[in-house]
Design a protein around this ligand. Structure first.
Ligand code: FAD
Length: 439
């Protein structure tokens, strides 16, 4: 039994949150997008929230966790979707949002503390003509440490692939939970050991990432009578090296009906594409739209009105808006390897699985990744839908599990397990999330 009174005394001046309601709130994320996770995680909560402001404080917390054998769950902004930062066995919630300094930005590289908001880093990078290579649609509040710990890719992934791709993370500093906690630095390929590890194997305190040259971007809405025509347009746009873009997001009708704020630009019955295109690529974009018989319904270069932020209607924000109207909807995450697979699923499932695609680069090739909206009826039916996709060659990164290996990875990453054995030998970090450790 952990005596939190003693623990709190030993923590000294480190900022603590002890009110039950606040702790409960800071123990949750967006797991409820999944009806399966909703049932399993709704009542889970930590015992104490800590908000460190320096690496020294984190080291001190690590020592106390080891001394009293307290489970510890790290949290950025808590926007993850799979209960990644929900503690299964109580303990300390380590809120990293006060560790938010930008140390430097130079020559297209940024060094920051892990709790920095991605929007703030983006704003600072822009001042020097740079931007983040990829951002999740939650970038306004999400932290960079949380993106590396629990995210995968986003707006920009059409150019730079995913976080896991070599070169997208340069260095990280990590606090260990060994008998004598210490700080270690991982460089280059070594950073894979903590990438998308749900904070099970080290507290990331500092990150060095490469940036991308910034463009003047504009968001466009294009509508199409035929969904598969919109998909083909998305593929050709993604493959068009001469058109500079960072978002190619395609939505089958009736998904556009869920975007209430965009209603004037989304005619009934039509599928749509949300695009972010460099201003200097507008001319070839118009030509491509014409070739595919689409219609541009929102073009900020034509209008006086305030530019729309389409980012927040794409990636998993699509699910967010749809669920606001129909909470019975859930979603899937799918790698389609060709357009035939997309068409087959579109015809097979109809409106039960409404297709939303985000084009991204995998192994140098642009592919349509699905974040389909699913009309949920039962877990059994959801599993049948997943199986049908897999039987037809699509890969599902299951968002209805909090177990690391059962989600996107599908297998134990030996290097992550080996690293965990070294940095978290007592198994205190985010308990219950890494199957390989539990076995
Ligand atoms: C509406 C919506 C849209 C989304 N869109 C996208 C998207 O486009 N792309 C995408 O990849 N994701 C997306 N997500 C998921 C999530 O928002 C992102 O992955 C985001 O980057 C997570 O950042 P966070 O700070 O909220 O992390 P958290 O949710 O707080 O944490 C995520 C994981 O990282 C671990 N972690 C956090 N900080 C650290 C640290 N310092 N050291 C070690 N581990 C740490 C946590 O323990 C947890 O397991 C979306 C989610 C929602 C709800």
């Amino acid at each position: 039994m952990i005596n939190y009174k003693i623990v709190q005394e030993e923590l000294g001046n480190i900022k603590q949150i002890t009110e039950e309601e606040k702790i409960k709130k800071l123990s949750q994320d967006y797991y409820y997008f999944s009806p399966i996770l909703s049932e399993k995680l709704a009542d889970k909560t930590g015992d104490l929230v800590l908000q460190p402001t320096s690496e020294d404080e984190i080291l001190h917390i690590a020592k106390i966790c080891v001394k009293h054998q307290i489970p510890i769950t790290i949290r950025g902004a808590g926007t993850g979707n799979y209960g990644q930062c929900i503690p299964l066995n109580g303990g300390i919630i380590l809120d990293m949002t006060e560790m938010n300094k930008i140390q430097w930005i130079k020559s297209g590289i940024a060094r920051v503390e892990a709790g920095v908001k991605m929007s703030i880093l983006e704003r600072e990078a822009n001042k020097q003509g740079w931007e983040l290579r990829m951002i999740p649609s939650t970038y306004k509040i999400a932290t960079l440490g949380g993106f590396i710990g629990g995210g995968s890719g986003g707006i920009g992934s059409i150019n730079y692939g995913q976080l896991r791709d070599r070169g997208n993370v340069h260095k990280v500093k990590v606090v260990t939970l060994e008998k004598e906690p210490r700080i270690i630095e991982l460089i280059g390929d070594e950073t894979q050991q903590i990438n998308h590890a749900y904070g099970t194997n080290g507290i990331i305190t500092e990150i060095e990432i490469p940036l991308a040259p910034a463009y003047n971007w504009s968001d466009f809405i294009v509508v199409f009578d035929d969904f598969m025509n919109a998909v083909k347009f998305g593929q050709v746009l993604s493959d068009s090296d001469g058109i500079i873009k960072k978002l190619v997001s395609i939505h089958a009708y009736p998904i556009p009906n869920y975007f209430l704020a965009l209603k004037p630009y989304l005619p009934q019955g039509k599928s749509c594409a949300f695009l972010t295109i460099a201003d200097n690529s507008f001319l070839p974009l118009q030509e491509l739209v014409k070739e595919f018989r689409g219609e541009i319904t929102y073009n900020p270069q034509d209008k006086q009105e305030k530019p729309l932020q389409l980012i927040e209607f794409t990636w998993n924000h699509t699910t967010f808006h749809a669920r606001n109207i129909d909470p019975n909807l859930t979603y899937l995450q799918t790698f389609f390897w060709n357009l035939e697979q997309v068409e087959k699923m579109y015809k097979h499932f109809g409106d039960e699985v409404m297709i939303h695609l985000e084009f991204l680069r995998v192994g140098g090739k642009a592919i349509p990744a699905g974040l389909q909206l699913v009309k949920f009826t039962s877990e059994k039916r959801l599993n049948e839908i997943i199986k049908y996709h897999e039987d037809n060659g699509a890969n599902i990164a299951n968002p209805h599990t909090y177990i690391l290996e059962d989600g996107g990875r599908k297998k134990v990453e030996p290097e992550q397990l080996k690293f965990k054995r070294m940095v978290d030998p007592f198994g205190l970090m985010n308990q219950g999330k890494m199957r390989a450790w539990n076995q």
